[in-house]
Design a protein around this ligand. Structure first.
Ligand code: EPU
Length: 356
């Protein structure tokens, strides 16, 4: 086991924030976790699990021991009458996995193309895009308990998935919003994820951006192939969202808030154009990007943190490689946005990334 001291994290987070890990250990498999837990100096240290760094804001150097997940491998591990079961190491790149499954003839992930980050991070925030969420194709995962070293398996119900949320985002004494059981934030390191991809593929085309693309190309449902959906999604994302390799960002910075129909009617009475979607459970989801845009934030810059000019839900690093924005600048901008959205709409926006 190699412990890297004062390890730079700028290239390991998609915002490109310059911070250091006091100590970092790369985890290629469970034996590396065991080595950490057997080490008397490292065993009891607080630990921070780092995947692709695509959903974090670093507000300073990380004092906890950083475990950088690099578990590799992708393979078909089984099948049921209706599904192919694919397993991937937590350190695999998510988009590469999506492309590989398509190449192998196992479609189902195409709507989730180009989401930055690793396979291991995908269940943590239940990644989602264009009408599909990870939970729709999730089978199970293997994780290791960072206190006991025990390896355990969780199925979909045990992961407690909901919109951009799972058991991995909640601390041990969870009990929030009527949820029972223990949260696993800081407690578990995901090693491998298994996905169940349908043998009888059906495209998911209901999202407005995809419908527009179909209309533009005059495509009918029977013409649609998984590859075509993949290409559309890649194209839409490349047009709307900044490439973290070019402009640092962490995707959507806020979650789309959920309100009651009464609250929504109240907002519509004042702002008839507010973009909103009725949800199956009777609640209404509001487009946070629309609200931030309506407050005039799109394209604005405060210090070295900015609001992307094509999608107001995305905050970006407007600094340079030598002088990148800080996590503090991102959070100052985020708070200013939260205040204006609250003052105008009475809605408290909740950040999506984990603030470290
Ligand atoms: N809108 C504006 N102005 C803006 C941004 C959005 O008016 O600056 C409007 C759009 O015109 C549209 C509505 O708001 O009517 C929703 O926008 P969009 O379709 O771009 O989707 P979103 O709700 O902003 C969500 C996810 C994205 C995901 C897309 C597509 C969240 C927090 N974000 O964005 O996920 O790619 O839908 O499914 O749910 C991510 O999580 O990092 C992410 C990029």
């Amino acid at each position: 086991m190699l412990v890297e001291n004062q390890c730079p994290l700028q290239a390991l987070n998609t915002f490109g924030i310059a911070a250091r890990a006091q100590q970092l250990v790369r985890i290629a498999d469970e034996s590396d976790v065991r080595a950490v837990l057997d080490d008397p100096e490292l065993r009891d240290r607080p630990k921070f699990v780092l995947g692709g760094g695509s959903n974090i804001v670093l507000t300073g150097d990380v004092k906890a021991l950083v475990l950088k997940v690099e578990v590799a491998g992708r393979r078909l591990v089984g099948e049921t009458p209706r599904h192919w079961i694919i397993e991937a190491g937590a350190g695999e790149n998510w988009h590469d996995l999506v492309a590989w499954t398509l190449d192998q003839g196992w479609p189902g992930l195409e709507n989730l193309a180009l989401i930055p980050g690793t396979v291991g991070a995908s269940p943590v925030q239940n990644i989602g895009a264009y009408g599909v969420e990870l939970q729709d194709c999730f089978d199970s995962l293997d994780a290791v308990d960072l206190e006991s070293g025990r390896i355990f398996v969780l199925d979909s119900a045990q992961c407690a998935f909901s919109y951009r949320d799972s058991i991995f985002k909640h601390a041990a004494a969870m009990g929030l919003q009527g949820r029972r059981g223990l949260g696993l934030a800081g407690r578990a390191l995901i090693l491998r994820v298994r996905l169940a991809l349908p043998k009888a593929w059906k495209p998911v085309l209901g999202y407005a951006d995809i419908e527009r693309r179909m209309a533009l190309e005059g495509a009918v449902v029977s013409d649609v192939t998984p590859r075509r959906v993949f290409d559309w999604v890649c194209d839409i994302r490349r047009h709307k969202l900044p490439d973290p390799a070019v402009l640092g960002n962490a995707g959507s910075f806020f979650k789309n808030p959920s309100v009651t129909p009464e609250q929504c009617a109240d907002i519509i009475a004042r702002d008839p154009k507010v973009v909103h979607y009725p949800m199956p459970d009777g609640s209404i989801k509001l487009a946070a990007g629309w609200m931030i845009d309506a407050c005039g934030w799109k394209g604005k810059t405060v210090g070295r943190a900015g609001v992307y000019e094509r999608q107001a839900l995305v905050l970006v690093n407007r600094g340079t490689m030598q002088q990148p924005c800080t996590g503090g600048e991102i959070m100052t901008l985020a708070k200013a946005i939260q205040t204006s959205v609250y003052e105008r709409f009475g809605i408290r926006l909740e950040p999506e990334p984990v603030v470290v």
